[in-house]
Design a protein around this ligand. Structure first.
Ligand SMILES: [Zn+2]
Length: 58
């Protein structure tokens, strides 16, 4: 069984995360970088384009 990639190192049932641990990792990343707005700036710099939420349904 693979271990959860959030950092808890507990075995999953085959997925990358234990239930809810994807949200825990997202929250931890946001906290470390200084918030969602900063995280977006970092991601935009990495991608070389803007990220907008209005196309999230596509
Ligand atoms: Zn985990």
């Amino acid at each position: 069984m693979p271990n959860c990639i959030c950092g808890c190192e507990q075995p999953t049932k085959g997925g990358k995360f234990l239930p809810g641990h994807d949200q825990k990792l997202r929250a931890a990343i946001e906290k470390q970088v200084g918030g969602l707005e900063v995280l977006r700036e970092i991601a935009e710099a990495h991608l070389g384009r803007k990220i907008v939420a209005k196309e999230a349904s596509e």
